[in-house]
Ligand binder design. Structure first.
Ligand code: GLA
Ligand code: GLA
Length: 671
């Protein structure tokens, strides 16, 4: 039996949110469905945190309320992404089985009282969770309103790391499967160092607090194990759903963005029937729409270019940042449609009705505390109308000529301790390059290093410290095909075991780049060094290195400091291709100048000619035609070139589109 499409049961784009009716008296439920219809909601995520309501004591079930809610939703035409109800164990379970509780690195047991108080590797919890999943599947698996399974919730969100005895056991098993023999593990971990050689797998531990830096390969393998054990939990629940309901699509909500570090979502994605993501903007970030764009482009990259589902974001403020700002007028719509522009075929929120009690009562919802006479509700209705008008966009794709590489394994490796500098956050460094393209008005894909790169004319792989043969071969292929490839400082340094590529840096990329570095010269915080780039005075921060040309030419040189006159940026012509190296971190304008050079070399144009500051433009296209999304992140009116039908208003656009401050538009372009 084949699996249905995840959105076969919804018309057009999906729209809705997490629905937690158990937090409200019955009287509210009819009102909920009525308002969902008013807003055009066609999909809700249900029963995510319902276990304790369904089964308040072991073996005592109350399904009636959930049956009733499902009937009401169905009658209202709302389809359901039904959860497995396993995201948080009920109090009876943690009380009777405290051995399922997670443990921190410092050995602190995390108790019931918040949520998600389970250890991912616990065989006991696995048994209870799969049994609960089976009950949900057996009870509701053939319900006509069931569109999609939602496994657990943000797996690993609060407990990216568990150091319980179960975890130690599971980690040892994982290592035995990875290495086969102790010799292989000792070799990979470099245990000749500091008397770390293991004589038995039983002596191997997770990276617990240690007197000084724990073994780096142990740490890296722990991250790999952690990603795998979370995926394994997902797969265990998925297997039950697949068995009971073979035709119902299955997903779980990822947390792709700059914040998440515990899971390799590129590795998980093929195990879902649709990639679903949760994204929240960063209150403190004046360019939060750029971080959103990066996260959405990475989600599409993880989904190998297929349309995906935005499972959660917020209508306005969240409750968990230090200062939770409300969204500006127009911002929620821009955020939602920017996800759609970047490949989402559905927009959902946490949550439908803002909670009255509990830790998330100050988190916005689609129905706010203020009720329906409110800007948030009017925005909710407005977005629903927009999404209905955008139905023709469904299934179309984003085509980019530029790829920026984001690599989860590298994230774990490059951020390890005892490195030349601690002054780096890999997601933020990659985001900075994405930002440079964003400001040049160029559409990019953010892809894993193993992605098919054959369609790209320009590929940028920032800070790719971990460079094994497979990564190097795939990236070298870009240059061999006559494309432009660029990498940056602290790249090509180690193999998959975090062992140095000998013979000078950037190790695995040195020949391709036509350079050789003997020593790194990281900068102190606040230290800056002058760089002459394309005849313009730029600056380097964070990092410099003493680079010697071995075939490459210097594109930029240091103008002061100890490296004065030495190359800061190099270009190596290889056949028709180019391999670039950026040996320092170039803030702002320096990055943009370099990006312009690469774009010109690769012959890539922006989405709209003459991009304007604060104006975002993205194109999706498919059988239904070509759709130009434009967002005005400024407060003033802007005019951009476009011709076609503006879908949100139905207006004709001939030559130029005028957008008010904060506005959004989607032009179905004339063929
Ligand atoms: C996550 C969770 C939701 C909710 C939101 C709040 O995305 O999945 O249950 O807690 O955060 O932003
Ligand atoms: C100390 C230790 C050495 C080495 C150096 C590194 O001197 O004795 O083993 O770790 O620090 O600076």
């Amino acid at each position: 039996m084949t699996v249905r499409g995840w959105n076969d049961l919804v018309d057009g784009l999906a729209y809705g949110g997490d629905y937690n009716p158990e937090q409200w008296p019955r009287e509210v439920w009819d009102d909920d469905v009525r308002l969902m219809r008013e807003a055009g909601v066609n999909l809700v995520s249900l029963a995510i945190f319902s276990w304790a309501t369904i089964e308040p004591l072991e073996g005592q079930f109350d399904w009636a309320w959930l049956d009733e809610v499902i009937e009401k939703l169905d009658a209202g035409g709302v389809r359901i992404a039904l959860a497995t109800a396993t995201a948080s164990p009920p109090p009876w379970l943690t009380a009777t089985h405290p051995e399922i509780l997670p443990v921190t690195r410092e050995g602190v047991v995390l108790h019931q009282g918040g949520r998600q108080a389970y250890r991912i590797s616990s065989p006991v919890y696995r048994e209870y969770a799969t049994a609960m999943t089976r009950r949900m599947a057996e009870r509701y698996g053939s319900h006509p309103a069931l569109a999609l399974w939602h496994v657990d919730n943000e797996i690993g969100c609060h407990i990216p790391d568990d150091f319980s005895p179960d975890a130690t056991e599971a980690f040892r098993g994982w290592l035995q499967r990875r290495y086969g023999t102790l010799e292989a593990l000792n070799e990979a971990w470099g245990t000749a160092f500091w008397s770390q050689r293991y004589g038995s797998f039983e002596h191997v531990l997770p990276p617990l607090p240690a007197p000084t830096f724990p073994n780096p390969t142990q740490q890296l393998d722990w991250r790999r194990y952690t990603s795998d054990v979370h995926k394994e939990y997902y797969l265990a629940l998925r297997a039950v759903l697949r068995e009971v309901t073979p035709e119902v699509p299955i997903t779980t909500n990822f947390m792709i963005g700059t914040g998440n570090r515990h899971a390799d979502y590129a590795d998980w994605a093929p195990e879902t029937d649709v990639v679903a993501n949760d994204h929240y903007t960063r209150s403190h970030d004046p360019e939060r729409h750029v971080e959103l764009a990066f996260a959405a482009d990475l989600t599409r990259g993880v989904a190998a270019g297929d349309p995906w589902l935005l499972m959660e974001h917020s209508t306005s403020a969240v409750n968990w940042q230090p200062r939770n700002r409300a969204k500006d007028p127009g911002e929620m719509v821009r955020n939602s449609l920017s996800h759609v522009a970047r490949g989402a075929d559905g927009v959902m929120f946490f949550q439908w009705r803002q909670s009255r009690a509990g830790a998330e009562k100050f988190h916005s919802g689609m129905v706010p505390h203020a009720g329906t006479d409110s800007a948030v509700w009017r925005n909710t209705v407005e977005l629903g109308e927009h999404l209905q008008r955008l139905a023709p966009v469904r299934g179309s794709r984003v085509a980019s000529s530029v790829a920026v590489v984001f690599d989860y394994t590298n994230l774990w490796a490059v951020e390890l301790d005892s490195h030349p500098t601690n002054d780096l956050s890999y997601p933020d460094l990659v985001l900075d390059w994405h930002r440079a393209f964003f400001h040049e008005g160029v559409q990019v894909d953010v892809v894993p290093p193993q992605a098919d790169l054959s369609g790209y004319d320009l590929v940028v792989a920032p800070n790719l410290y971990l460079a094994d043969d497979e990564r190097v071969a795939n990236l070298t292929g870009v240059v061999e095909r006559g494309g432009v490839f660029a990498t940056t400082w602290f790249s090509g340094i180690v193999d998959a075991h975090d062992h140095i590529h000998l013979g000078g840096h950037p190790g695995a990329f040195a020949d391709l780049l036509g350079i050789r570095t003997e020593e790194f010269c990281p900068l102190q915080q606040g230290e800056r060094v002058g760089v002459l780039l394309d005849g313009v005075d730029a600056e380097g921060v964070r990092w410099t290195e003493r680079t010697e040309l071995r075939g490459a030419s210097a594109h930029a040189t240091y103008t002061d400091g100890v490296l004065v006159g030495l190359p800061a940026v190099t270009d190596h012509a290889v056949g028709d291709g180019h391999a670039w190296y950026v040996g320092t971190d170039l803030p702002g304008e320096g990055k943009r100048a370099l990006v312009r050079t690469w774009l010109a070399q690769a012959g890539i144009e922006p989405v709209l000619a003459d991009p304007q500051p604060g104006v975002e433009a993205v194109r999706r296209s498919g059988e239904g035609g070509s759709f130009l999304f434009v967002f005005n992140h400024t407060r003033g009116e802007v005019r951009v070139p476009a011709t076609g039908t503006e879908l949100l208003t139905g207006a004709r656009v001939s030559g130029a589109l005028t957008l008010p401050g904060g506005g959004s538009a989607v032009v179905h372009e004339d063929a």
